[in-house]
Design a protein around this ligand. Structure first.
Ligand code: ZN
Length: 262
């Protein structure tokens, strides 16, 4: 049976002498693993359509529980990712998160739209890496049903008080009074947040997809937002990601080396 689907390549693995496997995120079938025969022959089927992060139309056959690529046609290549290692590694982290969260056979329309839009903003330099990382992390969690409770304090339902805390491990907010009353202390997962971060969290989780990237946040709050969304991923998925470790290494400020004059 020949299946046709549009999707984004989120991983590729070499197989044997000349073949490769690609994981493709599709709206209809979730993540699908497809074998590309002869992908690595010089004049083989290896083309831009099956490269990492290519958005393409794929036709594939199902044989013995495996999918084999029949033909592919590229729709969009995000060239901006290929010329910037920081962006490339960040996109790899997004792909790793998706592979972790999305399963085969389940529709993934919202995740695919989120991923494509994020890649577009990243590739075209329309938002900073930090901004896109937080938006993607938090929105992905909300798309897969792990939306934190952001309406107000979990105990008294107040929308916003002077002191507000985000509890990454409990996926909720607490006002200052209840934070203290419940015996919590500020630590790795229990973080005091400010107005801007609270607004941003609510926006990312609840805004319509067409408005998702349309908000601004100051530099200091951006840093705090990044810390929170990353810890939320860690608290809910409970694993670390190779690409994230690499991304953070790239982001580390390079220390000035003393001049070596003789
Ligand atoms: Zn409260």
């Amino acid at each position: 049976m020949l299946i046709t689907a549009v999707g984004v390549v989120i991983a590729e693995r070499n197989y044997g002498e000349t073949d490769k496997f690609i994981d493709v995120l599709t709206a209809e079938y979730g993540v699908v693993e497809i074998c590309v025969k002869g992908a690595r022959k010089i004049y083989g089927k290896s083309n831009s359509a099956t490269q990492l992060f290519a958005y393409s139309k794929f036709s594939f056959n199902s044989r013995a529980d495996r999918y084999y690529l029949s033909s592919s046609e590229v729709i969009k290549v995000f060239y901006g990712l290929r010329i910037d290692i920081k962006k490339l590694v960040l996109a790899e982290y997004f792909a790793e998160l998706i592979r972790h969260c999305a399963t085969t056979g389940q529709t993934a329309k919202d995740i695919m739209r989120l991923f494509l839009n994020t890649l577009y903003f990243l590739s075209e330099d329309l938002r900073s890496c930090e901004f896109l990382k937080s938006v993607f992390e938090m929105r992905l969690m909300s798309e897969i049903g792990m939306l934190p409770q952001l309406i107000g304090c979990r105990e008294c339902y107040r929308y916003e008080t002077e002191e507000m805390y985000f509890l990454a491990d409990h996926a909720c907010l607490l006002c200052g009074d209840h934070f203290e009353y419940k015996g919590f202390e500020e630590d790795y997962f229990h973080i005091r947040i400010n107005h801007a971060v609270l607004e941003a969290l609510r926006f990312i989780c609840l805004a319509g997809p067409e408005r998702l990237f349309n908000f601004r946040i100051g530099e200091r709050s951006m840093k705090l937002l990044n810390e929170i969304t990353e810890k939320y991923i860690f608290a809910r998925i409970g694993t670390s990601f190779k690409s994230l470790d690499f991304y953070k290494k790239i982001c580390e400020p390079v220390e000035d080396k003393p001049d070596q004059h003789n």
